[in-house]
Every structure is written in structure tokens, then in C-alpha cells.
Design a protein around this ligand. Sequence first.
Ligand SMILES: Nc1ncnc2c1ncn2[C@@H]1O[C@H](COP(=O)(O)OP(=O)(O)OP(=O)(O)O)[C@@H](O)[C@H]1O
Length: 352
Amino acid sequence: MSFDERLVDAEVDSDEQAVEAALRPKQLGEFIGQPKVREQLDLVLRAARARGGTADHVLLSGAPGLGKTTLSMIIAAEMGAPIRITSGPAIQHAGDLAAILSSLQEGEVLFLDEIHRMSRPAEEMLYMAMEDFRVDVIVGKGPGATAIPLELPPFTLVGATTRAGLLPPPLRDRFGFTAHMEFYEPKELEQVVHRSAQLLEVRTDPEGAVEIAGRSRGTPRIANRLLRRVRDYAQVKADGVITREVAAAALEVYEVDGRGLDRLDRAVLGSLLKLFGGGPVGLSTLAVAVGEERETVEEVAEPFLVREGLLARTPRGRVATPAAWAHMGLTPPQQSSRSASGGPGQQGLFGA
Ligand SMILES: Nc1ncnc2c1ncn2[C@@H]1O[C@H](COP(=O)(O)OP(=O)(O)OP(=O)(O)O)[C@@H](O)[C@H]1O
């Protein structure tokens, strides 16, 4: 299964961008969930507006699809400012960043996605730009090179990262406000589903929304994607209304189970339980058994399985938890033959 085929992947592909844009909340009041972040950000923005100045730089961290881009657009809208969107990997040279910074308007919001992936020289230029609204543009090379200082208009940088820990402290410290986005509660995802259903003009009853929310892995992007697939099913196979039965039947077709696991997740768990008695088993061995790349298993399937308490990464290899046996409807081998950490002592053969 390729990365793109996964309905529960929290990354976005290009076809989806237009639909996502239509479903984005435009104001802070429309943004569902993240109550602490909303409250704090509301204060930051109100105070900046009252002072008639620009808002402090904002750092948003959290997993893909939780609403970092959406929040950056809301910040611009609430400040009545334009927004420029770019990303760390797109800025490979300090000159790329200088070109963007020098063309910003006063008060503009610069959204820098994946800020942890910016090149080092660009990062150093950003320090000065954030603090003093100034950059030094280097003209010429070698001993004759000169630094020409360039004044910048005040702007608000909104940095987004999935890995706040990877940001160097000098960069992290230059953000006046830092917010960590959490995975969403099922109740909040139900609201996301209802709101999006209204915008897409599809009728969803409360139980239908519960069914979709419960399989959305705490992520609004996934909730919206599942909603669109269930809508297709409801149009073709039912009367267009999303009920619990329709949602469950549709998601069975797309192989997303009651807890949000898809074919890949279930293949990983299935192999771990049926072939290796629940582990411990090394990642490479598990990946071969599933017929996937090691990286796919590690980066795509495992984070959710670990978060759900279905799989544990131990020094001796991957181990299934009792919840995994229950979820897959299988019975664990006799407790007496298993070690305290849950393994049948296979690490000699299958060690990490
Ligand atoms: N709090 C929310 N309320 C309603 N919809 C939301 C919320 N957060 C995100 N969404 C929806 O989820 C989708 C993904 O959000 P967004 O693109 O902002 O995520 P992201 O964190 O920037 O992801 P990435 O890191 O992958 O760029 C958008 O279509 C948006 O409409």
C-alpha cells in the first residue's frame, strides 16, 4: 500500500488542498477544540489589536492535520493582515529568505511550515529578522564581501513544526507565544464532522458523526477525509443521509475499522500476533512479514498503534499489548510461556 492510498494518513495531497481550503474555519470563534490555545491566542491578538501593533511571533507545534495552517490563517484574518505561506524545505539559502522578508508588507503574517527543516544560514538570518526586524544582506564573496543592513517592516512570524524538540533554543526563544496542539477528543471531532457536513451540504445524523469521529485518530483532517468518503457511499448506496449504519458500512468498504486502524495497521498487528506470538520481534523482521518497507511500518503505522496502547517499542523489539489481542479478536498464548514483558523469548531469532 502506498503512502498516498491511506485514508487515515494525516498528510495532505494536492487534490485535497482545494477541499481543505473550503472547510477551514476562518475566525477563532469557529475553530473547534484546543480551548487553551484558543484562549491564549485570543488574548495575544486582542492585545496587539488594542495597541495598534503587530502580534508577537507565534510557534505552533503538533502532529500533521491538527490545524496549524488553519490557525495561522486565522491569526492573519483576526489581525486584518495579509498572509504569506512558505515552508522550511523551500528556503535552502539565506538569499531565499531575504527575498521573502524584504517584500513583506507592514503587519503581514509570514507562515513558515516545517520550520525545523530550514537551512542553517537561513535560520541565522531569521534570528535577527525576528528580533530587530533587520537582515544583513551579504554582497560579494571572499575578503571583499560586505554586509548591507536592510530594515524590514514589523511582521508576525508564525512557525509550525511537528517536532518542537528539533528547534534550536535560540530560535525557539524568539517566539513570544508558543502553543502545542493536542490530538482532538471524539466530541470535538463530532463537531468538526457536523460543521464540515453542513458546508458540504450533506445530511448527517448525530450517530453518523459519532461513528466517523471515533475512527478519525484524533485528527480533523482525517475526520474531513472520512466524511467525504462516507458521503460518496451515502450518495451511491443509500439515500444520501449519513447514519451510523451508513458510516460503518462505508468505512468497512474503505477498510478503516471501528478504532480507526486501516489495512496497514491491521497487517502489522496481525503479523505481530499471529506469526510472532505477540513479540518481541525486530522491526525489520516485522516489516518483511508485512511486505512493507521498514520506514513505512515505523513512521506510518507505529505511532498511532503506540498512541492507542496496542503496540510497545521495547529494547528487545516490538511487543503487542493485551489490548491488541482483544482488538484483533485473538487469544494470547498461555501466560506461563510468556516472559514478564509479554514475549515468548524469541529475541534470539527475531531481535531488534
Ligand atoms: N479546530 C478545527 N476545527 C475545524 N476544522 C479544523 C480544525 N483544525 C483543522 N481543521 C481542518 O483540518 C484540515 C487540516 O488542517 P490544517 O491544514 O490546518 O492542519 P496542519 O496542522 O497545518 O497540518 P500540516 O502540518 O499537515 O500542514 C483543514 O481542512 C481544516 O479545515
